[in-house]
Design a protein around this ligand. Structure first.
Ligand code: PEP
Length: 251
C-alpha cells in the first residue's frame, strides 16, 4: 500500500519566532497521521534542526529540506549537502520545485544528479514536476511531464525509483489561487502512473506516492485527495496557516 503524504512547503517564509509557533502548533494538533499517512514539513534550512526537535514526539511528522546540492561536500559556498542533511537526521528533500527550475535554472539532468545523491544517502526525494500554462493551453502537458520524469528518474533501477515520492504541480496553479480541477489532477496522476508502469511495471508504479500541489486549501483538499491516483499534497501558502493546514493533513 502506498503512503499518503501531505508535505508543507514553507518556501522562504517565516522568522524564527513564527517557525517556533507554527511547529509547536502542529506538534500539539490532533492529526490523523500513522505509518501510512504522514505529514512532512519542508522548512527553511536554518530551522531544520528546530523542526526535527519540535516534531520528535510523533514519528509520522517529519522535517524536510527544500533543496540540496548534487555533491557530497566541498567548496560550494551557500549550498547544503545530503551528507549534512543526513547528519542531522533529515529523511526527505524536495527536489525540482518549479521555483528552483525557473529562478535557479535547474535542469532535468541536474535534478537527476540530485536524485542520485539523495538516494545514496537514504533521503527520500519529493520530486516535483509540472507544466507551465502555455504547455497546458497547447494540451501537451502529459508529454511534457513524462519528459521531466524520463530525464530525471528513468536512469534509476526499479528498486531505486520505488523510493521516490513524486509531486505533480502545474505551475499555473502554484500560489495563484487557481487549482487544477480534481479531474485534471486525476488525469495527470493516472498518466504519470502509466508512464512509470510502462518503464518499471505496474506493481512498482502502483507503489509510488504521487502528490498534487497547486493552491491546495482546506476547502478543496478532500475532493482532490479523494481521487484514486492522488496520494496527498504538496502545499505552499496554506501550510503556513495552522487551522487550514491541520484540516488539509486530516483530509
Ligand atoms: C508549492 O509551493 O509547492 C505550492 C503548491 O504552493 P501553493 O500551495 O501556495 O500553490
Amino acid at each position: 500500500m502506498r503512503k499518503q503524504i501531505v508535505a508543507a512547503n514553507w518556501k522562504m517564509n517565516g522568522t524564527l519566532e513564527q517557525a517556533n509557533s507554527l511547529l509547536d502548533a502542529f506538534a500539539a494538533a490532533p492529526l490523523t497521521v500513522n505509518e501510512n499517512k504522514i505529514a512532512v514539513f519542508a522548512v527553511p534550512a536554518p530551522y531544520l534542526m528546530l523542526a526535527k526537535e519540535k516534531l520528535s514526539g510523533n514519528p509520522y511528522l517529519q522535517a524536510a529540506a527544500q533543496n540540496c546540492y548534487s555533491k557530497k561536500s566541498g567548496a560550494y559556498t551557500g549550498e547544503i549537502s545530503v551528507e549534512i542533511l543526513r547528519s542531522i537526521g533529515i529523511s526527505y528533500v524536495v527536489l525540482g520545485h518549479s521555483e528552483r527550475r525557473e529562478y535557479f535554472a535547474e535542469s532535468n539532468a541536474f535534478l537527476a544528479e540530485k536524485v542520485n545523491i539523495a538516494l545514496a544517502y537514504n533521503i527520500t526525494p519529493i520530486f516535483c514536476c509540472g507544466e507551465p500554462l502555455a504547455i497546458r493551453e497547447a494540451e501537451t502537458q502529459n508529454a511534457y511531464v513524462a519528459t521531466q520524469l524520463e530525464e530525471s528518474l528513468f536512469h534509476l533501477s526499479a528498486e531505486e525509483v520505488a523510493k521516490i515520492v513524486i509531486a505533480y504541480e502545474p505551475i499555473w496553479a502554484i500560489g495563484t489561487g487557481k487549482t487544477a480541477s480534481s479531474a485534471q489532477a486525476q488525469e495527470m496522476h493516472a498518466s504519470i502512473r502509466e508512464v512509470l508502469a510502462a518503464k518499471y511495471g505496474a506493481a512498482v508504479a502502483a507503489g509510488i506516492s504521487i502528490l498534487y500541489g497547486g493552491s491546495v486549501k482546506a476547502s478543496n483538499a478532500v475532493e482532490i485527495f479523494g481521487q484514486p491516483d492522488v496520494d496527498g499534497g504538496l502545499v505552499g501558502g496554506a501550510s503556513l496557516i495552522v487551522d487550514e493546514f491541520i484540516q488539509i493533513i486530516n483530509a
